[in-house]
Design a protein around this ligand. Structure first.
Ligand code: M6R
Length: 604
């Protein structure tokens, strides 16, 4: 995955602005970067491997001339992260510059064809074919925009593309299956993979759709369908994310900032328009068969949701990891199937494949996502935005708790619709949901220091075990994912201890128990004892004042009493997010940038 950004200003120098915008896209990739500008009929370019700061320190990205430019921050998919493979990519004469996010599936055959015609390639990337294709069509007599259109028609795969041409006061952008947004500013036109990139400059946003090409000038944009060249009329929407929301606000890392944003995000989720939740509840009610499909953290939200639907609404459902969905259920899908897909980005390739497959077989598609205008929102019959605001840290934190809050509201609605929850009970549950933001704030205020100390003490451990039962099996899985993702400590998650676990455990093992006051508590205390006997150090998350837990655990993180087990996943995940964060920091790692991982997995 990569991030692209660019701008065409009315006056002034574009390079510092592109550099600044690229920094806000680093969560999309950070192994190499580059900027190209156009000035007085010439393309200027700087690019190299390394983070944006490293490349800027070496090359000074800010002194490229001109008021038109494009930039790229890369996460390699084709070709190693080297200087030559960094974007932008140029044609033979250095007159066309291209930045790209996505994968061009047929690049090898296009490259062969172009090489046979005499084009010389510099890189090993799939992207470079685009520059040479445009060059080739222009050499054949087409104008810049027409050549771009013809070149793009030849591409198979996914792309968000932006193309500069020497002597042209325009930028051509195109999109298929990779996110691309335009920003309409008073000082010029912007494009980017994601809104935060240009948010300091404009909040007037146009979301491009698949199969569209846009021509940007310093005073506006024109969007056309690539296939029939019909004009698309789309007005900008005002985005109410502040610039502050997209920056670190004084926290050392985005992840910590986002953990602390949870009380506010949770409040926002409770201000959702009820109409879409009501509509979604109706679809869920009438589904013959219901699948909850997602990847990673969003899958853990689905796992928790299956308990919520079952217990609050007597609604059976299958939580499925998206990559397994077609294999496991492909043959059984039909008009009676409903897929509720959960994806923060709305762009995760496996989730979208599962959804498209189900949609082709007449299944009803519902979506929960954080990105309005994402592919998932276009595939879904009904979607609900989870209202988390942009999440920059690769590790999902606030988006997980927001998903849980939205899905709990949905489960309550479904339970009421199906007559499984009475009005009074429904209102009580809602009141509790409204208390959860304050409870979360209190946990952050009162427990962060303790968790930081635990992380200091245990950061050197070589294995962790997370245990949680019932709905908190999802919490155990998510706690484990966070630790594995950003601290790289081998970890397991179990709903109940199985015999083979005892072989894994030794004196260096940290066993984390999610142990609220519910009907699994006794069993969990027994299991803590068993693990303690074989040498594990026990950390328990338990309800304030639980003496029996305190007797057996080495450390207890006390959490407020909740009226219902089903409401515990949000407060109980918070200390585990902090544990992962501080453990990563203790180990000298950067929690915002786990190795070999990007925020959104848009290719399979
Ligand atoms: O955007 P999505 O919710 O579809 O992303 C799914 C996973 O890729 C994502 O949750 C990933 O596992 C996170 N980095 C976990 O912290």
């Amino acid at each position: 995955m990569c991030g692209i950004v660019g701008c065409i200003l009315k006056v002034g120098s574009v390079a510092p602005l592109i550099h600044d915008s690229l920094k806000r896209l680093e969560y999309r990739g950070y192994d190499s970067c580059g900027v190209a500008t156009m000035d007085r009929g010439r393309i200027y370019m700087k690019k190299d491997s390394g983070s944006i700061d490293e490349v800027h320190a070496r090359l000074n990205l800010d002194d490229l001339p001109g008021r038109i430019g494009v930039g790229h921050t890369r996460w390699a998919t084709h070709g190693a992260p080297t200087q030559v493979n960094a974007h932008p990519h140029l044609d033979c004469k250095g007159r066309i510059a291209v930045v790209h996010n996505g994968i061009i599936e047929n690049f090898a055959e296009l490259r062969r064809e172009l090489e046979e015609k005499g084009h010389r390639f510099a890189s090993k990337t799939d992207t470079e074919v685009v520059a040479h294709l445009v060059e080739d069509y222009m050499a054949g007599g087409l104008g810049f925009v027409e050549a771009c259109r013809e070149a793009i028609k030849r591409l198979r795969g996914s792309y968000a593309l932006a193309i500069l041409c020497a002597g042209e006061e325009r930028i051509v952008c195109a999109r298929k299956e990779s996110p691309l947004v335009l920003g309409v500013g008073a000082d010029g036109m912007y494009f980017a993979s994601d809104i935060p990139a240009f948010l300091p400059y404009t909040n007037r946003v146009v979301v491009m759709e698949d199969g569209e090409l846009a021509v940007l000038t310093d005073s506006g944009y024109e969007i056309r369908r690539i296939d029939d060249w019909s004009l698309v009329s789309r007005e900008p929407k005002l985005i109410d994310w502040s610039v502050d929301m997209a920056e670190k606000q004084g926290y050392p890392h985005f992840m910590l900032k986002e953990i602390h944003e949870q009380p506010r995000c949770l409040r926002d989720t409770l201000r959702l328009q009820p109409v879409y939740l009501d509509l979604m509840a109706k679809f869920l009610d009438r589904a013959q068969e219901l699948f909850l499909v997602a990847c990673g953290t969003s899958y853990h939200a689905c796992l928790a949701t299956s308990y919520l639907f079952s217990k609050l609404a007597c609604r059976g459902s299958h939580p499925v990891i998206a990559s397994e969905f077609i294999q496991n259920y492909g043959n059984t899908l039909g008009i009676g199937s409903t897929v509720l897909a959960v994806s923060q980005s709305g762009e995760t390739a496996d989730t979208l494949s599962a959804v498209s497959y189900a949609k082709d077989r007449a299944a009803t598609i519902l979506g929960i996502t954080n990105v309005v205008g994402s592919t998932l929102t276009r595939l879904a019959r009904v979607y609900v935005c989870q209202q988390s605001g942009p999440e920059i840290g690769v590790a999902a934190t606030k988006t997980y708790t927001s998903q849980l809050s939205v899905l709990t509201q949905l489960a309550i609605k479904l339970g009421m619709l199906r007559g499984k929850i009475g009005h009074v009970e429904g209102e009580e549950l809602h009141e509790w949901l409204w208390r959860i933001p304050d409870i979360t704030a209190e946990i952050l205020d009162s427990r962060e220091k303790q968790v930081m100390e635990l992380a200091k003490r245990y950061a050197g451990s070589d294995k962790f075990l997370f245990v949680g039962r019932g709905i908190n099996y999802a919490t155990a899985m998510e706690g484990r994912l966070k630790l594995l993702e950003i601290a790289y400590i081998p970890s397991l998650a179990y709903a109940g201890l199985e015999d083979h676990v005892f072989g894994f455990v030794d004196g260096g093992t940290i066993a984390v128990f999610i142990c609220p006051n519910n009907n699994s508590r006794k069993v969990l205390i027994d299991e803590m004892n068993l693990l303690r006997d074989v040498g594990a150090n026990i950390i328990a998350l338990a309800e304030e004042g639980d003496v029996e837990v305190a007797e057996v655990a080495d450390d207890v993180v006390w959490l407020p009493a909740m009226p219902l087990d089903l409401l515990t996943p949000i407060p109980y995940i918070v200390p585990l997010q902090l544990l992962a964060y501080y453990t990563s920091v203790e180990r000298g790692l950067n929690p915002d940038r786990p190795r070999n991982l990007a925020k959104s997995v848009t290719v399979k």
